[in-house]
Write a new protein. Structure first.
Length: 255
């Protein structure tokens, strides 16, 4: 075994695609998710030769501690990458989405990443050089109508990534994030489509994002912004007045 990666949200979508890719490349992979049924299916499909599997609730500190201990036990003392892929998503006018759903999005998308990253630090430092790769989103460019809580958490993930990229450099831990627009995964397939989804399209696959995660495992950028269309918006947004960014976001969202 050469290197190892721990993936949260590994039962489906981007996490699953990343797990399959890194296994194919010869890495040891830890696959963890709240959905035990799907994790068991992956275990039967991918085998246990270069992988370990388990249940985790990233919003629960003790659950994350158990995950990290389990991974450390099975990875032969290697911990090269923590890939924070677990996430929740909802669409709809802010006031029509249930308050508990807003809370769950915040607990998984932000508290979950904080839990995993904070608690993994001793192991990452021990095995440095190491990396943390976070799943951010195109919705971290400007607050996105009809997915307000999700957008807010991804802004926070972007901020956390940028801060730790600077802080943890001294520990030889590189922190970065992946910033795609809409990706064709179960998380997106199972929600009501917004105007922005219909306008921009859902053109990326989980495998496209996994390939970018692979790039992030081997280079030192902070943000991995995906698609030419979105790179254009990302690169120029910093030069535009705030009111123009707001205008663009409003029109894309259909308001």
């Amino acid at each position: 075994m050469d290197k190892s990666i721990l993936i949260t949200g590994a039962a489906s979508g981007i996490g699953k695609a990343a797990a399959e890719l890194f296994l194919k490349k010869g890495w040891f992979v830890g696959l963890y998710d709240l959905n035990e049924t799907e994790i068991e299916k992956l275990k039967r499909k991918l085998g246990e030769e270069n992988a370990c599997y388990g249940k985790v609730d990233v919003s629960d500190e003790n659950s994350v501690k158990r995950m990290l201990a389990h991974f450390d036990q099975h990875s032969s003392g290697r911990f090269d990458i923590l890939f924070n892929s677990a996430g929740l998503f909802a669409t709809g006018h802010f006031e029509t989405v249930g308050l508990e759903q807003h809370r769950q999005i915040a607990k998984v998308n932000l508290t979950g990443i904080i839990n995993c990253t904070y608690l993994a630090f001793p192991l990452l430092k021990k095995h440095a050089p190491a990396r943390v790769i976070n799943m951010a989103s195109g919705s971290a460019l400007y607050g996105t109508p009809d997915m307000a809580s999700y957008s807010a958490t991804k802004f926070a993930v972007r901020g956390l990534t940028e801060a730790l990229n600077i802080e943890w450099e001294r520990h030889n831990i590189h922190v970065c994030d992946i910033i795609p627009p809409f990706v064709d995964t179960p998380m997106v397939q199972n929600v009501e489509k917004t105007h922005s989804m219909r306008l921009l399209g859902i053109n990326l696959t989980a495998q496209d994002v996994a390939a970018t995660v692979w790039k992030a495992a081997h280079s030192k950028k902070v943000h991995y912004v995906m698609t030419a269309q979105f790179k254009f918006l990302w690169n120029f947004s910093g030069f535009l007045p705030g009111r123009l960014n707001r205008f663009v976001a409003k029109k894309i969202a259909g308001y």
